[in-house]
Design a protein around this ligand. Sequence first.
Ligand SMILES: [Zn+2]
Length: 322
Amino acid sequence: MAETIKNTGSHEFFHIVTPLSIHSHEIGEFDYDKPKMSEHLWMYEGLTEYAAHHMQVKYGLIDFNKYLEVQTDKLDNAMRYNDTLAFTKMSKGVLDTYESQYGNVYAKGALIGLCLDIKLRQLSNGKYGTQNLMADLSKTYGKTKSFNDDELFATITKLTYPEIGEFLNTYVAGTKKLPYKEIFAAIGVDFEPVVTVKKAGMGKMGMGFNGQRLFVADIKGMDDFGRKMGYQKGDELISINGKNIPDVSEIQQFLNNLLENMKEGDKLTVVVSRKDSNGKATEVTLSQPVEVHEEKKYNVLKEFPVQSDEQKALRKAWLNIN
Ligand SMILES: [Zn+2]
């Protein structure tokens, strides 16, 4: 919950920048009886959501790997929406025709923000990013001065670089997929849309959290391996392969690391606390040789093992590290 509060709190805070200080007429003079929408949700919501997480990595509230995990989540979420629909068109029609696409403002919208920030940093030798752009736009417009939807890109281009105008017209008003590979590479990160990994399974039982421990909540959908392990409903997990189960917020990462690094022939050993019919709990050790299967992983982000000086410099500038 602490993470959610941090994420939502910073997102809402950054709405001071946009739409409060930078908005089009549709928003500035919003007609509550006959609502009209602006084309620029990529900025109002997308840049706001981008800033909410960029701020956290920039000031050390989260580390770089955690930031990349958040971006993978956004890339995964964006896959649930129409990626060939221009974002400006979606935004304009979001009150009716494209209502179902609205959620993408927090996914692809935020990724547009990331791409734009990196592009700006590249063009300005690290000196200028979306934070500077938003400050300049709020000076150009401000809380009492609305812009016309169709003049925004030209204003941004005038404040920045012709390449930025081209970027906005191609990827935000156009239908081309964002250049993730190129953008992530610029800060020393490899982006792979899909990779096949070999992974061991736990047994596909339904899991729950009782406030203290992870427990087996349901064994109806359990697979063959789970039956061999012999999990029982109500078993509380104590350790896996000798490692204590971490805090609930880290469980997913813990399980992924463990299961992706197991090979055919390794053993999975799970110690559970199991209650008998009198309610007395005893520790039971369940153990079986693992069964490895292939699984597809989408939107994998990984730092390049060797970084060029250019990549190092750009990432530092983007994260405001001296
Ligand atoms: Zn918002």
